[in-house]
Design a protein around this ligand. Structure first.
Ligand code: AHR
Length: 501
């Protein structure tokens, strides 16, 4: 029988709430329709932001939102998105579907959206096709309180006070869509651009994020850090606060990634194996970071992660719209547990993307909205935000899968906040329930205060606009508590959350 041993006296660090962050790009129906419908829409909204979506995002306590891209960021010129809407430039979104971008959602709208959600802001700047001056002035526009040309412009556009820009990305994927640079070239550009991302208010610092690698491109991480540390202690306060990493779980080759809802058992395990690869990836990149920054002053920001399948049949291929099943729930559960376990270095992460794109937590169709299985997993994991990671280890958990694609049977993480211990466990098996004995080190009686599970009758089940509640979290009752031991029966293909006092 598998056993989970928890040492409640060993606290391993705080789980940054930002690990459960989200990403929203001007891509398909993420911003337009998914989040923003405009003030004159029939869809209920506050200042243009759709109320149903904002409410659902508040429920999972979204801690942070990244915007405006993605690849879109390195072609985005922020001045196009300010001022009178009727006067804003209409242009082609060359990256995503060649559709018209009318710039009706810009800086002010993004800040308003974050205000409504109650989350931190992560603005991604343009290095690929923008200038140092443009980037510098954007930061001045958003964050300077005094008298300056950009602050006056912001005030003239109706916003007297500066906003908090909690994080600022200096470029996106500059090894690819952000300019096809070499690591050394980008490292030097980073040094230059970040110099002019000014801190106008020491009490409200803008944390700077350097563009990191794609998947297992360790050469990029090494090259960027070597370049940034050459001559300069890059971890000195305010030079580089975080380094990013992008990794998508793509089961098939790029031209045939696989269906989001129609998959074989082999594809199930292949997908989960690829999601679990995040563990190896983090270790690889963190080992390089440790060489340059052993004190861990620079955080890792996994600011794009999630499943990437073929688009829903009949939809615009440039919109990256996909459905979601309990397989996505497992990918989310596996990934978020891995982030928790590495909370000493992973300080921020963004699922891609928030609404209607890739592994979205919400799907919309006109005025209709559904929460995906991934939303339900975030709702279970929210208790980890800001909690202390506890030392925990599995024993005899075994493996599952096919001959080709082996994965651990169970993955987990455990944290404590305000005296309540939250345990999140995934059973990756398609056909076997798993007994798990949870044992605490301290000899004290434990009781369960809350428990829920996300699973499905059929692993291909998903939530549609007609049947929005097919896959959702339901109360979990398959446990027995006795003294310091709790015995659980984890249903096959499930994400379980159990909170203990
Ligand atoms: O999330 C979709 C795209 O994936 C982003 O624009 C880009 O950064 C990544 O390649």
């Amino acid at each position: 029988m598998a056993k989970l041993v928890i040492n409640e006296n060993k606290k391993l660090g705080t789980i940054a709430p930002e690990i459960q962050g989200h990403f929203s790009e001007h891509l398909g129906r993420c911003i337009y329709e998914g989040l923003y419908v405009g003030e004159n829409s029939d869809i209920p909204n506050v200042n243009g932001m759709r109320t149903d979506v904002v409410e659902a995002l508040k429920e999972i306590r979204v801690p942070l939102l990244r915007w405006p891209g993605g690849c879109f960021a390195d072609e985005y010129h922020w001045r196009d998105g300010i001022g009178e809407k009727s006067g804003r430039k209409k242009m082609v979104n060359t990256h995503w579907g060649g559709v018209t971008e009318d710039n009706s959602f810009g800086t002010h709208e993004f800040m308003e959206l974050c205000r409504q959600i109650g989350c931190k802001t992560y603005v991604n700047g343009n290095v690929g096709s923008g200038t140092v001056q443009e980037m510098s002035e954007w930061v001045e526009y958003m964050t300077f309180a005094g008298v300056s040309p950009m602050a006056e412009l912001r005030k003239a556009n109706g916003h007297e006070e500066p906003w908090d820009v909690d994080y600022f990305g200096v470029g996106n994927e500059n090894w690819g869509c952000g300019g096809n640079m070499t690591p050394e070239h980008y490292g030097n550009e980073y040094r230059r651009y970040q110099t002019y991302v000014r801190q106008y208010d020491e009490k409200r610092p803008v944390k700077k994020i350097a563009c990191g690698a794609n998947s297992n491109d360790y050469h990029w991480t090494e090259g960027v850090l070597r370049t940034c540390f050459d001559h300069t202690p890059a971890h000195m306060h305010g030079f580089m606060d975080l380094l990013s990493l992008h990794y998508y779980t793509v089961p098939g080759p790029w031209e045939k990634k696989g269906s989001a809802t129609d998959y074989t058992d082999e594809e199930w395990y292949l997908t989960l194996k690829k999601a679990y690869f995040m563990e190896k990836l983090l270790k690889g990149h963190m080992a390089i970071m440790d060489q340059y920054d052993p004190e861990k002053k620079i955080g890792l920001s996994v600011d794009e992660w999630g499943t990437w399948f073929d688009v829903e049949p009949g939809t615009n291929p440039g919109f990256l719209y996909q459905q979601a099943t309990v397989r996505d729930a497992l990918v989310a559960g596996i990934t978020l547990n891995i982030f928790n376990k590495h909370c000493d270095r992973v300080k921020l992460a963004c699922i891609a993307q928030m609404v209607n794109v890739l592994q979205a937590v919400i799907l919309t169709d006109g005025e209709k909205m559904v929460k995906t299985p991934t939303w339900h997993v975030f709702n279970l994991f929210k208790h980890h935000q800001g909690a202390e990671l506890l030392m925990s280890a599995l024993d005899d958990e075994g493996e599952t899968g096919t001959e080709e694609n082996r994965v651990p049977m169970v993955t987990e993480s455990v944290s404590e906040k305000d005296g309540v211990i939250t345990i999140t466990v995934n059973n990756l098996s398609l056909d076997r329930d798993q007994e798990l004995t949870v044992e605490f080190t301290e000899d004290a009686d434990r009781s369960v205060v809350e428990a829920a599970v996300v699973t499905a009758g059929d692993v291909h089940d998903h939530n549609t606009f007609d049947q929005p509640d097919t896959v959702k979290a339901v109360p979990f009752t398959a446990y027995q508590a006795k003294g310091r031991t709790i015995t659980l029966t984890l249903p096959k293909a499930s994400v379980v959350m159990i909170r203990v006092e």
